[in-house]
Design a binder for this molecule. Sequence first.
Ligand code: HEM
Length: 496
Amino acid sequence: MSSFETLLEFGRSSAVLSPGTIGVVALIILWTLYVLISNPVTIKFLTSLQKQATQTQVPRIPKIPEAPDALPFVGNLMPLGGRLNENDSTIYSQWPKKLSSDIFQIRLGSERAVVANTFSTIKDLWVGHSNDLIDKPQQHGFAEKLEYDLSGANMTEPIRRCRKAATRALGKPLWPTYYHLLEPSSVYLTRELLSKDDEYMDIYPYLRHIVFDLALSLTYGTVSNGVDDEFTDALVESINQISFFRASTQRLRDYIPILRFLIPDFVSGNLVVAAEKRRQKYLDVIFDALKKRIASGEQLSTPIGQGFQSELYDAILAAYSRNRDKAWEMAFREESVELLVSLYKETLRFWTITPYSLPRTTFKDISYYNTVIPKGTTMIMNAQQANHDTAWYGDDALQFRPTRFMGKTDSLPHLTFGAGSRICPAAALSNRIIYALIARLVLAFKINEPKDPRARKANADMLDFSAEYKSLVALPRRFDVSFSPRDEGWIRTKLL
Ligand code: HEM
């Protein structure tokens, strides 16, 4: 017997659901529906629901194609946020093939965004309209939950002052006051590498320690207690937790207002608030220590290949008339080895650790070719795609070529630090630190791939090098390396 026949049989045999009763119940349901549907409140609710399904902060932008397969409410969010085990940039790179356009619009829930995919489009918009792209999208439940967030805030007066202070602190004239901070970290790293005696190791915690100590000194005039320090690990972990949410398309409720209405903050548990509380707890400890030191009158100073390695080693020595000591000493102070400059630029280009940069918001209407991108539109730079753009870099754009930037002085060699008005204020200082660390490592050691089969191999794929697909910043997969001293006696003279 089919289920329909069973139902009829049940209706026939049941004393309660006689055909007459079923008729009355159906009439009541229909009548209730009619009353509900014709009620102005219901009509308002349904109209607003229908509007919400496709409404965005700015209307659809004419003459810019829309990414395919947008759904009501979610828009194009579903394949993003690492849900397909690929970062957003890799997904953005797939849509233009279907649309035959370098630029297209998408719907991130109720947020309309424009995605630029090629180097020249990004340069036109981010550099050509630098001041029009000075604001940042206000991600729900993010910036307002943080004590201070320069990179996620609109360019208001306090933020302008904050950026000015950051640009000053990170600018070239103050670098000499940081050498005494960077030097010990670099010496510490060299000593540790020497003590490993050719054994393979993961160098990441050491490199992280150098940058972290510099940031701590600049902000709190202090340094951490070393690479294995539990406190530092916990603080870094709490900072990473916050980065995990920044501009991430992982949490649907940040983009879909109705989800926030249905699942309030206290049900979903506000993870940003929890992460901020943890970070603040650690920063309070550091800040309290700083206050005590100030109160006690303390003066605070803020202060691939083996062939290529040989070539680089020779280039470094050649720049200093084969004077190793001078080359070591000047590493943080100048960038006179062109091959090394080209190497760090190519490294940052090829492995784009900020694959979709930090989104911006248009500060006013922008005339772009034959259309207008309205004020308030989210602008997403597909830095990963543009950094591999064959139209910009040539047919070998998908290859790692350390000499690519030799003889080139373009002020925007790649987009890993962003571009235009809100470009990373630490770009030049970060470049210098990378330059100096590589110079010293190559001067002191031969860097080898470990022979031990237990050692972790590096993943050098330009997209798959990162273990992180869901958040803004890539997290390179960890790997082991071994370091053979070129001249142990000489290295020891640098550890004094
Ligand atoms: C290799 C290292 C780094 C990379 C690849 C990087 C990348 C970026 C990117 C892509 C942006 C957004 C730029 C834009 O919107 O166009 C940014 C902003 C920023 N970065 Fe960096 N960064 C690095 C290191 C640092 C360091 C060491 C500091 C501080 C000591 C720093 C401080 C900032 C600040 C304060 C902003 C916000 C600027 C603003 O919104 O006006 N960055 N960074």
